[in-house]
Write a protein that binds this ligand. Structure first.
Ligand code: FAD
Length: 527
């Protein structure tokens, strides 16, 4: 038990993930005294850059490209000064994503739809024309979709009723309910073109055969073409650093090694928190919590039993993530004669059915026979992350959280990482020779680094229709608040709009401003 005197602030935030920091930064800029508490010795949760292998090699341990961040009004109008005063800047490569097939063929998605269409035409002229129509549709839907991502979600019933009002709305609603596979088969005739887009759906940790995933391709394409995939200069963790600098510039504190054990409740209101080592932090105005729905009930005394049970019953994906971070002696040499210059590279089989069956195996909690490798080597765009002439690799695959052979991930992750690298060598000629040192995060490590990534689900909970929008994570918790507990506000990938670096803490801040009688719009004026 610590004998430290209690600390009192206006706002206490549990967790220094980017969402908690965004919410805290808004409150700090509004003049509130903010204290952010982080259980790790470092900050940022899923948005962190660390020397995981050798000195001078800076790896984005989790997220590498904040795909959905750039449309967030906080970058333009919020006045947090992330770019103008706190050093955040991005590089935008021409090719956000590409598929490399095992036989050396490739398919690139450019920011420019005409160039993507030319790539698709290598496989099917008809599909290239269809792609241009899809791209146009994605651009048309983008403003509506983007406008719903950084604010509290509209009620599910009202949203559906609105879609039902027009022909276009009904068409959108139809696509929303379809599986990616069904819709891709309607759109494209070529297997590789279908597989290319199906793999994009897979990045959301879902099989292309999962119902209600088809809209993902439009969201992804709309963002990719309008905003590109940003690569932060110096590493994805620069966003975390900029947010912390903003909070500190406004008198706030961000404290490491402070593992919060429980939310202190007084008269039905969140009054502060207590850490595992007995430190007390009082909150005069409110508490922000990056707390997974499975853990919430254990941290809030007297939480409504039904709300708690529903939260604990939220579903986690069957596709847990495993990553290999490697320090490389030299850049990767792909076996294809085409240039590999994308932020995200998908290494794919030659048959689409192989990919679909891989996801099926995960549903049965089995390993995929053909690793579904994705990779990024961002030193290609930002050499400041490595010593001169060297490179880094971020490689990922999907696996069952509970191994079917009953072995522990701690005992076997090294072996699985080597298996991933061996498979990668079918696509890359200098792997594994060029690897100087590797760091492997199993799904168990993933949840150790942040409880948000429970069971290796990098979106916190599965991205399904019944856990989306105002029903994410559950209908009771969908507005970032907990029924029966005043002045407590949730942030996390398990809330709307879901996993990814959205800066969704903005929506939580909006709820808090309303409760505290602050004018959210005024934030736009602070530069
Ligand atoms: C391997 C991987 C790759 C990814 N790649 C991408 C990508 O390329 N692009 C993208 O957009 N998204 C990506 N994501 C998803 C993205 O990283 C997350 O959705 C995002 O970081 C979630 O942010 P958050 O602030 O909500 O939560 P988190 O980042 O999880 O932050 C929560 C923080 O709260 C702390 N915390 C929790 N409980 C307590 C407690 N009791 N006391 C004190 N502190 C506590 C945690 O330690 C953590 O630091 C990836 C995720 C993973 C795991």
């Amino acid at each position: 038990m610590s004998s430290t005197a209690p600390v009192t602030a206006d706002i206490v935030a549990v967790g220094s993930g980017h969402n908690g920091l965004v919410a805290a930064a808004y409150l700090a800029v509004a003049g509130r005294k903010v204290v952010v508490l982080e259980r790790n010795a470092w900050f940022g949760g899923g948005v962190v850059t660390r020397e995981l292998t050798l000195p001078g090699f800076r790896h984005d341990q989790h997220s590498m490209s904040p795909i959905f961040f750039r449309a967030n009004p906080l970058l333009k109008t919020a006045g947090l000064g992330l770019k103008s005063r706190h050093g955040l800047s991005y590089i935008f490569p021409e090719v956000p994503m590409m598929s490399v097939f095992e036989d050396g063929q490739t398919l690139k998605l450019y920011r420019d739809p005409q160039r993507s269409a030319a790539e698709i035409a290598k496989y099917s002229k008809k599909d290239a024309e269809t792609f241009l129509r899809v791209s146009k549709q994605a651009a048309a839907w983008l403003p509506m979709i983007a406008s719903s991502l950084y604010v509290p979600p509209a009620p599910v019933g009202a949203s559906n009723a609105m879609l039902d009002q027009s022909r276009e709305g009904r068409e959108l609603w139809r696509i929303i309910q379809m599986s990616s596979h069904d819709h891709l088969c309607d759109l494209f005739e070529n297997e590789r073109v279908r597989m290319h887009f199906a793999r994009v759906a897979g990045e959301n940790l879902v099989s292309p055969d999962e119902k209600a995933t088809a809209i993902g391709a439009y969201v992804f394409l709309g963002f990719l073409e309008a905003y590109g995939f940003g690569v932060a200069r110096g590493g994805s963790g620069k966003l975390t650093e900029a947010l912390i600098a903003c909070i500190q510039a406004h008198g706030g504190e961000v404290i490491a090694n402070a593992d919060v054990a429980r939310i202190r409740v007084s008269n039905g209101r969140a009054a502060g928190v207590e850490t595992k080592d007995g430190r007390i932090f009082n909150a005069k105005d409110a508490v922000i919590g990056a707390i997974h729905p499975h853990l919430l009930g254990g941290m809030i005394d007297g939480m409504d039993a039904r709300v708690r049970a529903d939260a604990e019953a939220t579903h986690i994906t069957d596709a847990a993530c495993i990553t290999v971070h490697a320090a490389l002696d030299a850049p990767l040499k792909y076996r294809t004669p085409d240039t590999v210059d994308a932020v995200m590279v998908e290494m794919l089989p030659t048959s689409y059915e192989t990919l679909r069956r891989d996801f099926d195996e995960l549903r049965y909690h089995q390993f995929s026979p053909y690793p579904l490798l994705g990779a990024g080597s961002l030193s290609q765009f930002d050499p400041s992350r490595v010593p001169a002439g060297k490179a880094i690799l971020h490689l990922w695959d999907y696996v069952p959280y509970k191994r079917p052979d009953g072995k522990s991930w701690d005992d076997t992750k090294q072996q699985y990482g080597e298996h991933m690298l061996r498979h990668m060598s079918k696509f890359v000629s200098n792997i594994p020779d060029v690897v100087l040192q590797a760091h492997i995060d199993s799904p168990v490590d993933m949840e150790r680094t942040s409880p948000s990534f429970r069971h290796g689900d990098l979106h916190g909970i599965a991205t399904t229709t019944y856990q989306s929008g105002a029903h994410r994570p559950t209908p009771e918790l969908g507005q970032y608040t907990v029924p029966g507990l005043d002045r407590f506000y949730l942030v996390g990938p398990f809330q709307h709009p879901g996993g990814g670096v959205f800066g969704a803490g903005r929506a939580t801040a909006m709820k808090m401003f309303e409760a505290l009688g602050l004018n959210f719009d005024k934030q736009g004026r602070v530069k």
